[in-house]
Design a protein around this ligand. Structure first.
Ligand code: MF3
Ligand code: CO
Length: 250
């Protein structure tokens, strides 16, 4: 069941989304070699409180932290621990906030210190694939148009698209229908309508797309140990086209 949102609801999602985006900006700016994942989690736990919001992931299906931090071969849902970031790491930072009953969800992958050209290309490609996907989030289109454009671009760079994790509807809950795969066929899937709000979140691997879940029950890593990158935005479908709801104040 896909919930269509009113303009008022979209503006509430955007308020939550802006907190997410401003927090990600700050995190991006303080990430450096020597920063621990636990420090970033502490920031993510405290940040939304000053605005009356709360970290949306904490306690979600018993997730134990306030943010997901996924280093190198970790695809998504990495649990922050005492690990200290080193130059050359790439770290996926996935964050959600609930404000006044509405949710925003966004992710970036940050390069720590000096990163190899191959890793940088993976990160840039994943970011660009999300932008291409967003450009397809238009009324009258199909969900498969989004999926296809992400897959086509990622594979054109010889990377692979994770199959086991997908994007999702979002708004009154963190995860709503429909699932939003990052692979698929143009012209297929549900019709995109004004008032749908989708979290698009390509997860792209350097090697094969297969993933394994680690023994903590959360951490998803590449099966072959290759690097993985992740970017996400919460996007509303409006008459005028896609509207990204997870942008920072400038
Ligand atoms: N952006 C991630 C997702 O949509 C965040 C969920 S992590 C969880 O799957 F910890 F909250 F489950
Ligand atoms: Co999400």
């Amino acid at each position: 069941m896909i919930y269509i949102k009113s303009p008022q609801e979209i503006s509430k999602i955007e308020k939550a989304g802006r907190i997410v985006a401003n927090a990600l900006e700050e995190i991006k700016n303080f990430i450096a070699p020597g920063i621990s994942l636990a420090e970033i989690d502490r920031f993510a736990e405290d940040y939304p409180k000053k605005f009356g919001g709360r970290p949306a992931f904490k306690g979600y299906h018993n997730y134990p932290a306030s943010i997901c931090l996924s280093v190198n071969h970790v695809v998504v849902h990495g649990i922050p621990d005492s690990y200290v970031l080193r130059s050359g790491d790439i770290v996926g930072v996935d964050y959600g906030v609930e404000l006044d009953g509405y949710f925003g969800d966004s992710a970036i992958t940050v390069c720590v210190g000096d990163v190899s050209p191959e890793a940088r290309l993976l990160v840039e490609t994943t970011k660009k694939s999300l932008e291409l996907g967003i450009s397809q989030a238009m009324p009258g289109g199909r969900l498969g148009d989004i999926s296809f454009s992400i897959q086509e671009y990622a594979e054109s760079k010889n990377f692979s698209v994770v199959r086991n994790y997908v994007g999702h509807g979002i708004g009154r809950k963190l995860h709503e229908d429909p699932p939003v795969p990052n692979f698929g066929q143009k012209g297929k899937g549900v019709k995109l309508e004004v008032g749908m709000v989708l979290a698009l979140e390509p997860m792209i691997n350097q090697g094969s797309y297969e993933t394994v879940t680690l023994s903590d029950g959360w951490t998803a890593a590449t099966k072959d140990g290759s690097l993985s990158a992740h970017f996400e935005h919460t996007v509303a479908i409006t008459k005028a086209g896609p509207k990204v709801l997870t942008l920072p104040d400038v």
